[in-house]
Design a protein around this ligand. Structure first.
Ligand SMILES: [Fe+2]
Ligand SMILES: [Fe+2]
Length: 235
C-alpha cells in the first residue's frame, strides 16, 4: 500500500490556494492520505469546513488524528463529527483496517522522553497531567489491540521519540511528545509511526525496538521540497 502522510496543515479559509494543488496530486501517488493532527489553527469549525471541502475532492481515503490546535476552541468533538460525516476516518484511540493494513491512531500527549518522562509524584496538578498522558497512552494500547492485520501504521500528533523533535529548542522537548507511546508501539509491533507537532524537528528516527518514526509536519516537508505537501511510504 502506498501511504501519503502529512501533518500541521493549520488550515483556515485564508490558507494559500497552492496547498490545494499540492494536495491534489495525492490521488495519483497514494492509496490513502494520513493527516497527523493540527488540521486547523484554532480548532474552529469555520477552519475545518474549507479543509473538508479540499479533502473530499482528493478522492482518496483520508485517515486523521486531531492535534492540540484542533482542541484550542473546545470544539474537537464537533470537528471530528464534521469529518466523519464526510467519510474521513478520525482515529481517537481506535483502529481502522483497509486492504490488510491496520491504522491505530490517537492524538498522543506531551510529558517528555526516556528518563525525562514526567511521573505522577507530588502535587495533584502534576498527577492530573501525568494521568492525562497515561489515559491517552491507554487509548493507543486499545487501538493497537483492535488491529488484526500483520502490517500496522501508528498515527500520532505528538512525537513518541526525541530524535524526531531534534532541531527544536531543547527547552521545549518535553512539550513536544512523550515516549510512553513508543513503548506501546514497540510492545504491539508496527511497521511505521508518523507524527507531527514538532514543526522544526527532524524527519527520521526509530523506536528502541527499531520501528521507523517519521515527523511529517508540513513545515519540515516543505523545508526540504517547497512543493511537497505530504511524504510517501510503502507499507
Ligand atoms: Fe502544529
Ligand atoms: Fe501541534
Amino acid at each position: 500500500m502506498r501511504v501519503a502522510a502529512t501533518a500541521d496543515l493549520h488550515y483556515s479559509a485564508q490558507a494559500p490556494g497552492i496547498l490545494k494543488d499540492q494536495l491534489a496530486r495525492v490521488r495519483d501517488e497514494a492509496d490513502v492520505l494520513i493527516i497527523a493532527g493540527d488540521l486547523t489553527n484554532y480548532g474552529r469549525p469555520d477552519e475545518m469546513e474549507p479543509l473538508i471541502n479540499v479533502l473530499v475532492r482528493l478522492r482518496v481515503p483520508v485517515i486523521a488524528v486531531l492535534g492540540n490546535h484542533d482542541c484550542e476552541s473546545g470544539q474537537e468533538a464537533e470537528l471530528a463529527r464534521m469529518m466523519r460525516a464526510e467519510g474521513i476516518k478520525v482515529l481517537d484511540g481506535t483502529g481502522y483496517e483497509r486492504d490488510n493494513v491496520g491504522f491505530a491512531g490517537t492524538k498522543g500527549f506531551l510529558g517528555g522522553f526516556g528518563r525525562g518522562v514526567l511521573t505522577a509524584f507530588g502535587e495533584p496538578e502534576v498527577k492530573a497531567f501525568v494521568k492525562a498522558s497515561i489515559d491517552e497512552a491507554l487509548k493507543l494500547e486499545r487501538a493497537m489491540a483492535q488491529l488484526r492485520t500483520e502490517r500496522r501504521v501508528v498515527v500520532l500528533h505528538y512525537a513518541p521519540i526525541a530524535t524526531t523533535v531534534e532541531g527544536e529548542a531543547r527547552e521545549i522537548f518535553p512539550y513536544l511528545g512523550n515516549s510512553r507511546f513508543a513503548e506501546i508501539a514497540d510492545r504491539h509491533g508496527a511497521n511505521l509511526i508518523v507524527h507531527g507537532h514538532a514543526h522544526h524537528g527532524s524527519p527520521n528516527g526509530k523506536t528502541t525496538a527499531g520501528i521507523p518514526v517519521h515527523n511529517v509536519a508540513i513545515t519540515l516537508l516543505q523545508a526540504q521540497n517547497p512543493s511537497s505537501a505530504y511524504r510517501l511510504f510503502d507499507i
